[in-house]
Write a protein that binds this ligand. Structure first.
Ligand code: 5GP
Ligand code: ZN
Length: 113
């Protein structure tokens, strides 16, 4: 057993509001929201980061993104939203389990910090 926060959340060992769930992915609110809507979408499979993925993971990665789009529609983010995948130290990744951020409900800035 590896010690991974998001694996524990996926397993139900740490309770979260499960906004969407199927066999492959889980979506739940970020604990420190950076926008009025800030949701994390994770694969249930432990992958350290995007850098660990290969072509074998393409269907799962596609499913993560289309799930983010579906949740954005459910959240009525009709003015748009941002999806972010932070990868590694320079990418600002702090949790070592691949996740997609869905941010919305306010205008985002560009370029990011
Ligand atoms: P990263 O910086 O790795 O891209 O994003 C990790 C995200 O996970 C951060 O936005 C952080 O607020 C969120 N986070 C960290 N710990 C927890 C937790 O225990 N529960 C939830 N719901 N989110 C968390
Ligand atoms: Zn994990």
């Amino acid at each position: 057993m590896h010690d991974c926060l998001f694996c524990k959340i996926a397993a139900g060992d740490i309770p979260v509001t499960r906004l969407y769930e199927d066999e492959q992915v889980l979506a739940f609110p970020d604990i420190h929201p950076q926008a009025p809507v800030h949701i994390l979408i994770i694969p249930k499979l432990h992958l350290q980061s995007l850098d660990e993925t290969t072509a074998e993971n393409s269907p799962l990665l596609g499913h993560l993104l289309t799930t983010a789009a579906e949740i954005a529609r459910q959240q009525s983010l009709t003015h748009g939203y941002r999806t972010v995948i932070n990868t590694g130290p320079d990418g600002g990744q702090t949790v070592g389990h691949l996740h997609v951020h869905l941010l919305g409900g306010r205008a985002m800035h560009w370029p990011p910090g």
